[in-house]
Design a binder for this molecule. Structure first.
Ligand code: TA6
Length: 304
């Protein structure tokens, strides 16, 4: 299997390996390194040249394909959070409707590996219907994830509706950032933006001033398309996130009790991570018309 992939997608900057039951694709070029797994189409690491990993992955994450890897960039699609039956008119008690959608639980195919004219390396994965997905989502679709390691790291999630009916989609690139200390750290770019605090209730609040992380925290910022800066002061760096095709941004840290409740996260690691997610959620969920496609993109880089 690995030999077949390596031969089919031969590229000096890309290597395939196995971690427990998951295929891992390591990319290394003049811009740094990145790795992803075909399970869930999950990006696991991004190290800009000469820097530290921008992404956090739990030391107790599971790599056997029984559940998503805790960390990196899980793909939430075609719904974000618990399944909301209202838009699609399905049974809300259906166990197949896993939180954050089915895409992060599936084994994706490798579609393309290429070198772009600017020297960047691009890996494209894809996912299509199968009998297990059909239990949750009986609609024809194609989902593609392009990971491009260039002077920035770019992730494009392209969802295509190949069915005869329109759907409502919510989605996220659920990015776990590695930080030296989450508590008190600043996230800039959300000033004045309205949000729903999932720990408090459904009312819309407004972010006054810079957001400082006080775990636990779980906020969905709506109608937000701008860039974000994560001030990782303890690592002497600022991480910049830009997005496209995304009208909401989620900021999440599980806090002490939340971390304890996860079997696949060390108790103290809520200090070492924060999720900042390029999303389309709540009022920014959208209708993907029959035959159409939508691209949700983000880029990550270090501020210079
Ligand atoms: O994006 C934040 C969130 O929706 C939180 O509410 C929290 O539950 C988190 O995602 C992790 O979800 P997971 O299903 O991966 O444990």
């Amino acid at each position: 299997m690995l030999e077949t992939l390596q031969a089919r997608f031969a590229n000096p900057n890309v290597k395939f390996s196995l971690r427990d039951r998951l295929i891992v694709i390591d990319i290394g070029n003049d811009f740094g390194t990145a790795s992803l797994t075909t399970y869930g189409g999950t990006l696991l690491s991004y190290v800009p040249k000469g820097g530290k990993d921008v992404l956090w992955v739990s030391e107790t994450a599971v790599y056997d394909g029984s559940k998503p890897v805790r960390g990196g960039v899980p793909v939430c699609w075609p719904w974000f959070g618990p399944y909301d039956p209202a838009p699609m008119g399905a049974d809300p008690t259906d166990a197949a409707k896993k939180a954050h959608g089915f895409a992060r639980y599936e084994f994706w195919e490798v579609d393309e590996v290429s070198r772009l004219p600017d020297g960047a390396t691009q890996v494209i994965l894809s996912l299509g219907p199968n009998p297990s997905i059909a239990k949750a989502w009986p609609h024809d679709f194609r989902l593609r994830l392009a990971v491009t390691l260039g002077d920035k790291l770019r992730v494009d999630l392209i969802g295509q509706n190949l069915s005869p009916r329109d759907w409502v989609v919510s989605e996220a690139l659920h990015t776990y950032f590695r930080v030296a200390e989450a508590e008190g750290m600043a996230i800039r770019g959300l000033e004045g933006i309205q949000y729903v605090d999932k720990l408090q209730g459904p009312s819309l609040l407004t972010q006054t001033g810079t957001l400082r992380i006080a775990p636990p925290l779980d906020r969905v910022f709506v109608d937000h398309t701008g860039p974000i800066t994560i001030e990782d002061a303890g690592h002497a760096r600022a991480i910049e996130l830009t997005k496209d095709g995304s009208a909401s941004t989620v900021v999440w840290n599980p806090g002490e009790d939340g971390a304890r409740a996860f079997a696949d996260m060390p108790d103290e690691d809520y200090h070492a991570m924060v999720c900042v997610e390029a999303c389309n959620a709540l009022k920014n969920s959208y209708t993907l018309r029959a035959g159409e496609a939508h691209t949700l993109s983000m880029t990550l880089s270090l501020a210079s």
